[in-house]
Design a protein. Structure first.
Length: 368
């Protein structure tokens, strides 16, 4: 193994702490070429597609990329914004808002974001953080529920990068936060804010991204963690089991995936006389193709065509203040023991506490 050349160690430099927020990724542009490059990187990950490599190479390069890239590009174009890909825009805003909140709280923490696939890539951002003197890095995936195809793939990329680094920083990895009260309360606030403005639905549908059923049978906890999130959120909203349901979207290929599937379930609800549904995607912390196009456009069409009367999509958490506060809470729980509060604001806070302690000591001394 050869190690990358590094600058000499600088004695006396103050070590930095960083939070690296990592999301799935997105094409650079909604064009066939960019989407094809993105899909090739994404679908070449053995964590994502668990079939023999030689067979999958033929399927991917001979069938999927030549035919799916242009169709996917058209879908991306339908949700693209003037600022770029919604997923990248929202992730960047989350990182910026989290950085501001850290500074307001007096935490000396560098916040950055990266994409598992596409740009900015995990290796490049990790290298940048190291060059900035970050000797402590918390890797915080944008996935509340753990899955080998998502969270573990991020960990793979992190470990692969540092496999050739001589002077490694201290690493901590957040595996999941599907049952974190900070996350559940942010979801609750999002739903209640929507209901306050638009009224309540006949049924709340919580649609999570699907994975092949065989992953559950092989020990992946994703299915269970999705249902736990749904149960905790329903409790927080004081919903009965009849007032909500869990579904799984984004099925790909002919194999059986986690059920019930979102689109058929929505059409069934419409045929059963459910007039209004509100659909949310708790497994996505940033709006993206799977929420804005697959749910807000395609699923809406399916429900209304099947006889439904009213369809509401509840946006993802994105950079809502309640979620940024929740992110800091989750990150803080995993950074315990790291020296964080040594900024000017924290110094002032420590001085205030010292003054209070001194006043109390004088008071007690005078009363003895």
């Amino acid at each position: 193994m050869s190690f990358r050349a590094e600058p000499p160690h600088v004695h006396g430099r103050i070590d930095q702490t960083a939070i690296l927020l990592v999301n799935l990724g997105t094409p650079d542009a909604p064009t066939t070429g960019d989407v094809r490059r993105y899909l090739k990187q994404f679908l070449s990950d053995p964590r994502v597609v668990e079939i023999p490599r030689a067979l999958w190479w033929l399927i991917l390069n001979g069938i999927i990329l030549p035919f799916r890239s242009s169709r996917s590009a058209a879908k991306y174009a339908s949700i693209w914004t003037n600022e770029g890909s919604p997923l990248k825009v929202h992730t960047e805003r989350q990182a910026s808002a989290l950085q501001r909140l850290c500074e307001e709280r007096g935490y000396r923490v560098r916040v950055a974001y990266a994409m598992r696939y596409g740009n900015p890539g995990v290796p490049a951002v990790l290298q940048q953080l190291k060059e900035e003197g970050c000797e402590r890095i918390l890797v915080l995936p944008a996935y509340p529920q753990y899955a080998a195809a998502t969270t573990a793939s991020i960990f793979d990329a992190v470990f692969a990068h540092f496999a050739s680094v001589r002077n490694m920083p201290e690493l901590r990895l957040v595996k999941h936060y599907h049952d974190s009260d900070a996350y559940i309360q942010a979801l609750r606030h999002s739903v209640l804010a929507h209901w306050e403005q638009h009224g309540r639905p006949d049924k709340l549908v919580m649609s999570f991204h699907g994975v092949p059923k065989r992953t559950l049978l092989l020990g992946d906890p994703y299915h269970c963690e999705c249902y736990k999130t749904a149960r905790l959120l329903a409790q927080a909203l004081e919903l009965t089991p009849q007032e909500y349901m869990v579904t799984f979207q984004s099925r790909f290929g002919k194999a059986e995936w986690l059920q019930p599937y979102t689109a058929p379930s929505l059409m069934k609800l419409a045929r059963e006389g459910i007039g209004r549904v509100d659909v949310m995607c708790p497994g996505f912390t940033s709006d993206c193709l799977e929420t804005l196009e697959e749910i807000s456009i395609e699923a809406r069409h399916d429900f209304l065509e099947a006889g439904g009367k009213e369809f509401h999509f509840i946006p993802c958490l994105n950079d809502a203040p309640e979620w940024i506060d929740g992110l800091l809470t989750i990150a803080g729980e995993h950074m315990q023991g790291w020296p964080l509060a040594d900024s000017a604001a924290a110094s002032d806070q420590r001085q205030q506490q010292a003054d209070i302690s001194l006043q109390q000591a004088r008071h007690y001394g005078a009363t003895e």
